[in-house]
Structure formats: C-alpha cells, structure tokens
Design a protein around this ligand. Sequence first.
Ligand SMILES: [Zn+2]
Length: 278
Amino acid sequence: MLLFDTHCHLLDEKNKKSAEEIIKDSQEVGVGLFVNIGTNLKDNQKAIALAEKHKNVFCAIGIYPHEEPGVSLNELEKGLREQLKSSKKIVGIGETGIDLVRSPSLDLRYAGGFGKARASAYQGRGLKEQLELFEMQIKLAVEFSLPLVIHNRNGDKEVLVLAEKYSKKGLFGICHCFVQNWNYGKKMLDYGFYLAFGGIITYDSGEYILETVKKAPLEKILIETDSPWLAPEPLRSSINEPKNIRLVAEKIAEVRGIGYDEVVKITYENGKRLFKLN
Ligand SMILES: [Zn+2]
C-alpha cells in the first residue's frame, strides 16, 4: 500500500538532500506519489523538469503570495500560461493564496525552528496586491480545470469570499495545510475543496484542528508534508521529508479511530481523483 504526499517542496533550498535522494528515500518507505509544489516561475520550471523525469512525481505551478516581487501581474500570467502548455505533469495551480503575517511568533506555520528565517522572507505584498495575484491564478485554475492549491495564513475571510464566488464557475481544489476550525472547513467543503492535513495536526498547538480531522468526510481529506517545512511530531525540529507522511496518516487514524491502512488507502485514492491521475 502506497502513500500520497500531495504537497511537498522537493527543490526548496532548505532541503539538505537533493530532490533525487529525497524521492528515493521516500519511495523506499512506501511513498508512491508526490505533488511537488512550485512557488515562482523559476521554481515552477524546475518542478516541471523534475516531474518530467519521474513517473510518480507530478507538480503544481503557481506564484506564492510574496514571490516574484515587482513583477507585473500580466507578466506572471503570461509566464504561467506558457508553463501550463509545456507539460502534462502539471496537475494543479498553486500554491497561491493569502499570507498575512500579523504575529510571526504566534503563528503555527513558523513552528519547527525556522521562525526567523521565514519571518524575514515575508516582507512582501500587501493585501490588495495579494488578492489580484490570487484571483489571476483562480481564473487560470477554472480555465484549465485544475485544482487550486490554496495557501492561507490569516486570510480566512478573503479566501472564503473568493472560493464562494468562483465555486459557482467551477473552481475546486485544496485547502493546503488546513488549520481552521470545523465551521470553516464545512464551508470550504461546500465550495468544492478538499482539506489537506499535515504535520501541524500532530502538534499540541494544533489540537483544535482535530475536530475537523474527525468530522470531515473521509473522501474529502488529503495528507501532505509541506516538506521541508512542518515536520510532524516527534521529528518536529528536523527538516521535513515526504517519507514522514506516515506520521500524519497515523495521527488521522488515531483521531478517527480507524485503521492506518484505511487512511493511507483512502487518501491515496482521494489524491488520485482530485488531481486526475490515471
Ligand atoms: Zn507549500
């Protein structure tokens, strides 16, 4: 039985190993599918090349809220369109979304010892610009019928408004790194989104997310690592890798009171269905 890591950054400079080594090590412990996530045009290009090289590695391409500073929206859209035409291994748009860092020291996403490095990297776009960048990519997802990979840090309200608006036009996708409450989860499910759980659900500080882990329909949940970030407990302070995805599946099994094998099997099938892999 194989695991599906639906969100990893195999080419992030934070990784100590090469993408090839990470893929190999993960495969050895049963990770069978990967969606490698791009965050800017250059990163997307590398993600496409890596996916073209490995049968079981796919990619999503997008512009992260703070990436490509100073580049015009038109240019970014043009770049993404060119990339979209270039490979059948592109299975999603993102990650994109809203990233408002109000208090980095209190933010779960900074967990794991990378706090300072990440905080300094996030002096990027303001909300208005982020919304434009996000909406451009939402429209691409609708046009190309690809799932949208949403990054949401402190942007609940904004994400909800756009998800509702575009769900009527056929938008669907993933709430990557779901950290909201069940009420929010329910709404996003209604708008056609899957909820992806990662290492945070294994943290004490992520305990409040477990209600959603428990209540979300099994056929609408995904597992992900967001590696090299957010290593699950008990590896929290280490650099995360897709091979650690097992710990997330174990946590979901424990919380829902079902077998580990069932979680692995169903999240694998869910991912294949959502990303249209066949
Ligand atoms: Zn990510």
